[in-house]
Design a protein around this ligand. Structure first.
Ligand code: 8DG
Ligand code: MN
Ligand code: MN
Length: 366
Protein backbone atom coordinates (compact mmCIF):
# COMPACT_ATOMS: atom_id res chain seq x y z
CA UNK A 1 0.00 0.00 0.00
CA UNK A 2 1.27 3.47 -0.76
CA UNK A 3 -0.04 6.87 0.14
CA UNK A 4 -0.63 9.66 -2.30
CA UNK A 5 0.86 12.98 -1.39
CA UNK A 6 -2.34 14.97 -1.05
CA UNK A 7 -0.50 18.05 0.01
CA UNK A 8 -1.36 21.04 -2.15
CA UNK A 9 1.58 22.15 -4.27
CA UNK A 10 1.78 25.59 -5.83
CA UNK A 11 3.33 26.70 -9.09
CA UNK A 12 3.99 30.26 -10.25
CA UNK A 13 6.00 31.76 -13.12
CA UNK A 14 9.16 33.58 -12.06
CA UNK A 15 8.57 37.17 -13.22
CA UNK A 16 5.87 39.12 -11.36
CA UNK A 17 4.70 40.54 -14.71
CA UNK A 18 3.81 36.99 -15.84
CA UNK A 19 1.49 36.61 -12.86
CA UNK A 20 -1.87 38.00 -11.80
CA UNK A 21 -1.64 39.46 -8.33
CA UNK A 22 -4.90 40.77 -6.92
CA UNK A 23 -5.32 42.58 -3.61
CA UNK A 24 -6.56 39.33 -2.09
CA UNK A 25 -3.52 38.08 -0.20
CA UNK A 26 -3.82 34.68 1.51
CA UNK A 27 -0.41 34.98 3.11
CA UNK A 28 -0.43 38.44 4.67
CA UNK A 29 1.38 37.35 7.84
CA UNK A 30 4.29 36.03 5.79
CA UNK A 31 4.34 38.87 3.24
CA UNK A 32 4.15 41.54 5.99
CA UNK A 33 7.20 39.97 7.62
CA UNK A 34 9.18 39.82 4.38
CA UNK A 35 8.09 43.37 3.45
CA UNK A 36 9.38 44.65 6.78
CA UNK A 37 12.78 43.10 6.08
CA UNK A 38 12.66 44.58 2.57
CA UNK A 39 11.87 48.00 3.97
CA UNK A 40 14.69 47.75 6.48
CA UNK A 41 17.14 46.78 3.72
CA UNK A 42 15.96 49.65 1.48
CA UNK A 43 16.30 52.15 4.32
CA UNK A 44 19.80 50.81 5.04
CA UNK A 45 21.18 51.25 1.51
CA UNK A 46 20.98 47.52 0.75
CA UNK A 47 18.91 47.64 -2.41
CA UNK A 48 19.79 44.13 -3.58
CA UNK A 49 18.57 42.55 -0.36
CA UNK A 50 15.46 44.71 -0.50
CA UNK A 51 14.57 43.49 -3.98
CA UNK A 52 15.17 39.86 -2.97
CA UNK A 53 12.71 40.17 -0.06
CA UNK A 54 10.20 42.05 -2.26
CA UNK A 55 10.35 39.30 -4.90
CA UNK A 56 9.89 36.58 -2.29
CA UNK A 57 6.89 38.41 -0.79
CA UNK A 58 5.41 38.89 -4.28
CA UNK A 59 5.55 35.14 -4.98
CA UNK A 60 3.58 34.47 -1.78
CA UNK A 61 1.05 37.19 -2.67
CA UNK A 62 0.32 35.36 -5.94
CA UNK A 63 -0.53 32.02 -4.28
CA UNK A 64 -4.17 30.86 -4.46
CA UNK A 65 -4.29 29.89 -0.78
CA UNK A 66 -2.43 30.08 2.52
CA UNK A 67 0.90 28.30 2.88
CA UNK A 68 0.73 25.76 5.70
CA UNK A 69 3.98 23.86 5.19
CA UNK A 70 7.37 24.45 3.65
CA UNK A 71 7.01 21.48 1.29
CA UNK A 72 4.31 23.39 -0.59
CA UNK A 73 6.94 25.90 -1.61
CA UNK A 74 9.23 23.40 -3.32
CA UNK A 75 10.11 24.58 -6.81
CA UNK A 76 8.74 28.10 -6.37
CA UNK A 77 10.91 30.89 -7.83
CA UNK A 78 12.52 33.80 -5.94
CA UNK A 79 12.48 32.14 -2.52
CA UNK A 80 16.07 32.39 -1.34
CA UNK A 81 17.61 30.77 1.69
CA UNK A 82 17.06 33.83 3.86
CA UNK A 83 13.39 34.28 2.94
CA UNK A 84 12.73 30.56 3.39
CA UNK A 85 14.26 30.71 6.88
CA UNK A 86 11.91 33.56 7.82
CA UNK A 87 8.91 31.69 6.39
CA UNK A 88 9.91 28.50 8.26
CA UNK A 89 10.21 30.36 11.58
CA UNK A 90 6.77 31.89 11.18
CA UNK A 91 5.12 28.63 10.12
CA UNK A 92 6.72 26.73 13.01
CA UNK A 93 6.79 29.33 15.81
CA UNK A 94 4.24 31.92 14.75
CA UNK A 95 6.93 34.60 14.45
CA UNK A 96 10.46 35.25 13.21
CA UNK A 97 13.03 36.50 15.73
CA UNK A 98 14.82 38.45 13.01
CA UNK A 99 11.64 40.23 11.95
CA UNK A 100 10.57 41.00 15.51
CA UNK A 101 13.99 42.28 16.57
CA UNK A 102 14.16 44.47 13.46
CA UNK A 103 10.68 45.80 14.17
CA UNK A 104 11.67 46.67 17.77
CA UNK A 105 15.12 48.05 16.96
CA UNK A 106 15.70 51.70 17.84
CA UNK A 107 17.55 52.21 14.57
CA UNK A 108 14.70 50.92 12.39
CA UNK A 109 12.10 52.84 14.41
CA UNK A 110 14.10 56.05 14.05
CA UNK A 111 14.56 55.50 10.29
CA UNK A 112 10.79 55.02 9.94
CA UNK A 113 9.92 58.14 11.93
CA UNK A 114 12.42 60.37 10.13
CA UNK A 115 11.80 59.09 6.57
CA UNK A 116 8.11 59.51 7.37
CA UNK A 117 8.80 63.22 6.91
CA UNK A 118 8.08 64.21 3.30
CA UNK A 119 11.39 65.30 1.77
CA UNK A 120 13.58 63.18 4.04
CA UNK A 121 15.24 60.15 2.47
CA UNK A 122 17.25 57.35 4.09
CA UNK A 123 20.60 59.13 3.69
CA UNK A 124 19.47 62.24 5.55
CA UNK A 125 17.73 60.16 8.20
CA UNK A 126 20.88 58.09 8.72
CA UNK A 127 22.96 61.24 9.14
CA UNK A 128 20.57 62.62 11.74
CA UNK A 129 20.45 59.30 13.61
CA UNK A 130 24.26 59.34 13.85
CA UNK A 131 23.88 62.70 15.60
CA UNK A 132 21.51 61.10 18.10
CA UNK A 133 18.27 62.37 16.53
CA UNK A 134 15.62 59.65 16.76
CA UNK A 135 12.37 61.59 17.03
CA UNK A 136 10.56 64.61 15.61
CA UNK A 137 11.00 66.45 18.92
CA UNK A 138 14.76 65.86 18.84
CA UNK A 139 14.84 67.02 15.22
CA UNK A 140 12.94 70.21 16.05
CA UNK A 141 15.27 70.88 19.00
CA UNK A 142 18.42 70.16 16.98
CA UNK A 143 18.15 73.46 15.14
CA UNK A 144 18.90 71.80 11.78
CA UNK A 145 17.90 73.97 8.83
CA UNK A 146 15.30 72.07 6.85
CA UNK A 147 14.59 72.62 3.17
CA UNK A 148 11.15 73.75 2.00
CA UNK A 149 9.88 70.20 1.38
CA UNK A 150 11.05 69.00 4.80
CA UNK A 151 9.48 72.00 6.54
CA UNK A 152 6.15 71.20 4.88
CA UNK A 153 6.66 67.52 5.70
CA UNK A 154 7.22 68.24 9.38
CA UNK A 155 4.32 70.70 9.54
CA UNK A 156 1.86 68.19 8.03
CA UNK A 157 3.49 65.06 9.47
CA UNK A 158 0.37 63.49 11.00
CA UNK A 159 -1.86 64.11 7.98
CA UNK A 160 0.75 62.82 5.52
CA UNK A 161 1.20 59.62 7.54
CA UNK A 162 -2.53 58.96 7.69
CA UNK A 163 -3.70 56.79 4.74
CA UNK A 164 -5.61 58.55 1.98
CA UNK A 165 -9.02 56.96 1.41
CA UNK A 166 -10.66 56.23 -1.93
CA UNK A 167 -13.30 58.89 -1.17
CA UNK A 168 -10.55 61.45 -0.57
CA UNK A 169 -8.83 60.39 -3.80
CA UNK A 170 -12.13 60.92 -5.64
CA UNK A 171 -12.55 64.37 -4.10
CA UNK A 172 -9.02 65.29 -5.21
CA UNK A 173 -9.69 63.90 -8.68
CA UNK A 174 -12.62 66.32 -8.98
CA UNK A 175 -10.38 69.25 -8.08
CA UNK A 176 -7.64 68.21 -10.52
CA UNK A 177 -10.17 67.72 -13.34
CA UNK A 178 -11.64 71.17 -12.61
CA UNK A 179 -8.14 72.71 -12.77
CA UNK A 180 -7.27 70.98 -16.04
CA UNK A 181 -10.59 71.80 -17.70
CA UNK A 182 -10.19 75.44 -16.64
CA UNK A 183 -6.75 75.90 -18.18
CA UNK A 184 -6.82 73.46 -21.12
CA UNK A 185 -10.21 72.25 -22.32
CA UNK A 186 -9.73 68.90 -24.06
CA UNK A 187 -6.84 67.80 -21.85
CA UNK A 188 -7.36 64.50 -20.04
CA UNK A 189 -6.72 63.42 -16.46
CA UNK A 190 -6.10 59.79 -15.48
CA UNK A 191 -5.81 58.45 -11.94
CA UNK A 192 -2.73 56.21 -11.76
CA UNK A 193 -0.72 54.59 -8.93
CA UNK A 194 -2.26 52.36 -6.30
CA UNK A 195 -5.80 53.71 -6.69
CA UNK A 196 -5.83 52.66 -10.36
CA UNK A 197 -4.90 49.18 -9.15
CA UNK A 198 -8.00 49.20 -6.96
CA UNK A 199 -6.31 49.84 -3.61
CA UNK A 200 -8.70 51.19 -0.97
CA UNK A 201 -6.08 53.49 0.59
CA UNK A 202 -2.81 55.03 -0.49
CA UNK A 203 0.08 57.14 0.74
CA UNK A 204 -0.66 59.69 -2.00
CA UNK A 205 -2.82 60.24 -5.11
CA UNK A 206 -1.14 59.98 -8.53
CA UNK A 207 -2.35 61.60 -11.77
CA UNK A 208 -1.23 61.52 -15.37
CA UNK A 209 -2.31 64.41 -17.57
CA UNK A 210 -2.16 64.50 -21.37
CA UNK A 211 -3.75 66.25 -24.36
CA UNK A 212 -5.07 64.34 -27.43
CA UNK A 213 -3.27 66.77 -29.74
CA UNK A 214 0.48 66.22 -29.59
CA UNK A 215 2.28 69.34 -28.36
CA UNK A 216 -0.76 70.85 -26.66
CA UNK A 217 0.48 69.36 -23.36
CA UNK A 218 3.41 71.79 -23.37
CA UNK A 219 3.17 74.38 -20.64
CA UNK A 220 0.20 72.57 -19.14
CA UNK A 221 1.78 71.81 -15.79
CA UNK A 222 2.55 75.40 -14.86
CA UNK A 223 -0.98 76.49 -15.82
CA UNK A 224 -2.61 73.71 -13.81
CA UNK A 225 -0.41 74.44 -10.81
CA UNK A 226 -1.07 78.19 -11.04
CA UNK A 227 -4.82 77.56 -11.10
CA UNK A 228 -4.62 75.22 -8.09
CA UNK A 229 -2.44 77.71 -6.21
CA UNK A 230 -4.73 80.64 -6.96
CA UNK A 231 -7.73 78.65 -5.69
CA UNK A 232 -5.94 77.86 -2.42
CA UNK A 233 -5.61 74.11 -2.98
CA UNK A 234 -1.84 73.87 -2.55
CA UNK A 235 0.10 73.76 0.72
CA UNK A 236 3.34 72.88 -1.10
CA UNK A 237 4.42 72.27 -4.67
CA UNK A 238 7.63 71.61 -6.52
CA UNK A 239 7.78 71.12 -10.26
CA UNK A 240 10.75 69.22 -11.68
CA UNK A 241 11.81 67.61 -14.91
CA UNK A 242 14.32 65.10 -13.68
CA UNK A 243 13.48 62.47 -11.08
CA UNK A 244 17.12 62.42 -10.01
CA UNK A 245 16.73 65.89 -8.56
CA UNK A 246 13.51 65.06 -6.74
CA UNK A 247 13.34 66.56 -3.30
CA UNK A 248 12.00 63.34 -1.85
CA UNK A 249 15.13 61.25 -2.19
CA UNK A 250 13.50 57.80 -1.89
CA UNK A 251 15.56 54.63 -2.14
CA UNK A 252 17.92 54.68 -5.11
CA UNK A 253 16.24 53.69 -8.37
CA UNK A 254 17.93 52.18 -11.38
CA UNK A 255 18.49 54.63 -14.23
CA UNK A 256 15.91 52.82 -16.36
CA UNK A 257 13.14 54.02 -14.05
CA UNK A 258 14.11 57.66 -14.42
CA UNK A 259 11.86 59.60 -16.68
CA UNK A 260 11.99 63.10 -17.96
CA UNK A 261 8.32 63.97 -17.80
CA UNK A 262 7.38 67.21 -16.20
CA UNK A 263 6.08 66.33 -12.77
CA UNK A 264 4.89 68.20 -9.76
CA UNK A 265 5.08 66.84 -6.24
CA UNK A 266 2.45 68.61 -4.19
CA UNK A 267 0.69 68.71 -0.88
CA UNK A 268 -3.01 69.42 -1.32
CA UNK A 269 -5.29 71.09 1.17
CA UNK A 270 -8.45 68.99 1.13
CA UNK A 271 -11.61 70.21 2.84
CA UNK A 272 -12.99 67.61 5.21
CA UNK A 273 -16.50 67.11 6.45
CA UNK A 274 -16.61 67.75 10.16
CA UNK A 275 -17.33 64.46 11.90
CA UNK A 276 -20.49 64.77 14.01
CA UNK A 277 -19.64 65.25 17.66
CA UNK A 278 -15.99 65.74 16.83
CA UNK A 279 -14.16 68.31 18.91
CA UNK A 280 -11.68 68.93 16.15
CA UNK A 281 -11.68 72.41 14.78
CA UNK A 282 -9.45 71.70 11.77
CA UNK A 283 -11.68 71.53 8.71
CA UNK A 284 -9.13 70.22 6.22
CA UNK A 285 -6.36 67.69 5.85
CA UNK A 286 -3.09 67.62 3.91
CA UNK A 287 -2.72 65.00 1.14
CA UNK A 288 0.31 64.17 -1.01
CA UNK A 289 -0.55 64.41 -4.71
CA UNK A 290 1.74 63.63 -7.67
CA UNK A 291 0.99 65.24 -11.05
CA UNK A 292 2.73 64.09 -14.23
CA UNK A 293 2.26 65.48 -17.75
CA UNK A 294 2.96 63.28 -20.79
CA UNK A 295 2.64 63.91 -24.53
CA UNK A 296 -0.06 61.70 -26.08
CA UNK A 297 2.56 59.82 -28.16
CA UNK A 298 4.08 58.44 -24.94
CA UNK A 299 0.88 58.17 -22.94
CA UNK A 300 0.55 54.36 -22.96
CA UNK A 301 4.13 53.98 -21.69
CA UNK A 302 3.63 56.66 -19.06
CA UNK A 303 0.36 55.06 -17.91
CA UNK A 304 1.98 51.64 -17.62
CA UNK A 305 4.99 53.14 -15.83
CA UNK A 306 3.00 55.16 -13.29
CA UNK A 307 0.40 52.53 -12.41
CA UNK A 308 2.81 50.29 -10.49
CA UNK A 309 3.21 48.41 -8.31
CA UNK A 310 6.87 49.34 -7.99
CA UNK A 311 7.86 45.67 -8.04
CA UNK A 312 5.61 44.97 -11.04
CA UNK A 313 7.35 47.83 -12.91
CA UNK A 314 10.78 46.58 -11.98
CA UNK A 315 9.87 43.08 -13.14
CA UNK A 316 8.48 44.37 -16.45
CA UNK A 317 11.80 46.09 -17.16
CA UNK A 318 13.77 43.02 -16.08
CA UNK A 319 11.63 40.82 -18.35
CA UNK A 320 12.09 43.25 -21.24
CA UNK A 321 15.86 43.37 -20.82
CA UNK A 322 16.69 39.79 -19.89
CA UNK A 323 14.12 37.84 -21.88
CA UNK A 324 13.46 40.08 -24.91
CA UNK A 325 16.57 42.27 -25.30
CA UNK A 326 14.31 45.32 -25.11
CA UNK A 327 14.52 48.44 -22.95
CA UNK A 328 11.25 49.59 -21.41
CA UNK A 329 10.83 53.02 -19.87
CA UNK A 330 7.89 55.29 -19.10
CA UNK A 331 8.56 56.93 -22.49
CA UNK A 332 9.14 54.12 -24.95
CA UNK A 333 10.04 50.50 -25.72
CA UNK A 334 13.28 49.99 -27.62
CA UNK A 335 14.05 46.69 -29.35
CA UNK A 336 17.80 46.06 -29.25
CA UNK A 337 17.62 43.20 -31.76
CA UNK A 338 15.68 45.17 -34.37
CA UNK A 339 17.36 48.47 -33.41
CA UNK A 340 14.04 50.29 -33.40
CA UNK A 341 11.29 51.58 -31.13
CA UNK A 342 7.93 49.81 -30.84
CA UNK A 343 4.95 52.12 -31.02
CA UNK A 344 1.97 51.63 -28.74
CA UNK A 345 -1.22 53.52 -28.08
CA UNK A 346 -2.46 51.23 -25.31
CA UNK A 347 -1.06 49.18 -22.44
CA UNK A 348 -2.36 46.06 -24.20
CA UNK A 349 -0.06 46.74 -27.17
CA UNK A 350 2.96 47.11 -24.90
CA UNK A 351 2.31 43.74 -23.23
CA UNK A 352 1.91 42.21 -26.71
CA UNK A 353 5.25 43.68 -27.89
CA UNK A 354 6.84 42.19 -24.77
CA UNK A 355 5.34 38.75 -25.47
CA UNK A 356 3.36 38.89 -22.23
CA UNK A 357 -0.29 38.20 -21.55
CA UNK A 358 -2.08 41.43 -20.68
CA UNK A 359 -2.38 41.97 -16.94
CA UNK A 360 -5.05 44.52 -15.96
CA UNK A 361 -4.17 47.14 -13.31
CA UNK A 362 -6.16 45.36 -10.58
CA UNK A 363 -3.88 42.33 -11.03
CA UNK A 364 -0.58 44.26 -10.88
CA UNK A 365 -0.51 44.33 -7.08
CA UNK A 366 2.75 42.39 -6.81
P1 8DG B 1 0.75 54.18 -2.63
O1 8DG B 1 0.90 55.58 -3.12
O2 8DG B 1 -0.65 53.79 -2.40
O3 8DG B 1 1.59 53.93 -1.42
O4 8DG B 1 1.30 53.18 -3.75
P2 8DG B 1 1.67 53.50 -5.24
O5 8DG B 1 0.72 54.48 -5.83
O6 8DG B 1 1.82 52.19 -5.94
O7 8DG B 1 3.12 54.11 -5.11
P3 8DG B 1 3.73 55.50 -5.58
O8 8DG B 1 4.98 55.69 -4.77
O9 8DG B 1 2.75 56.61 -5.52
O10 8DG B 1 4.19 55.25 -7.07
C1 8DG B 1 3.27 55.08 -8.13
C2 8DG B 1 4.00 54.67 -9.36
O11 8DG B 1 4.81 55.74 -9.83
C3 8DG B 1 4.93 53.48 -9.15
O12 8DG B 1 4.70 52.53 -10.14
C4 8DG B 1 6.29 54.00 -9.33
C5 8DG B 1 6.07 55.22 -10.18
N1 8DG B 1 7.12 56.22 -10.02
C6 8DG B 1 7.51 56.94 -8.92
N2 8DG B 1 8.56 57.71 -9.22
C7 8DG B 1 8.82 57.51 -10.53
C8 8DG B 1 9.76 58.03 -11.42
O13 8DG B 1 10.60 58.84 -11.05
N3 8DG B 1 9.69 57.59 -12.71
C9 8DG B 1 8.74 56.68 -13.12
N4 8DG B 1 8.72 56.29 -14.40
N5 8DG B 1 7.86 56.17 -12.29
C10 8DG B 1 7.90 56.56 -11.02
O14 8DG B 1 6.95 56.85 -7.83
MN1 MN C 1 0.63 56.45 -5.08
MN1 MN D 1 3.25 58.79 -6.01
Amino acid sequence: LFQWDYELMFSVPSYACQRRTTLENHNAVLTDALSLLAENAELSDQEGRGVAFRRAAAVLKALPGPVTGLTQLRGLPCLGEHSLRVIKDILENGASDEVESTRQSEHFKALKVLTGIFGVGPKTAERWIREGIHSLIQLRESGHTLNRAQQAGLLHYDDLNRPVTRAEADAITEVVVRAVVAVAPGAEVTLTGGFRRGKLTGHDVDFLITHPEEGREEGLMSKVVSWLRSQGFLLYEKTTRNSYLESTEGPARPASNMDRFERCLTIFKLDEDQRPGSEETKLWRAVRVDLVVSPISQFAFALLGWTGSKLFERELRRWAGHEKAMSLSSHALYDNNQSRYHRATSEEEIFAHLGLEFVPPSERNA
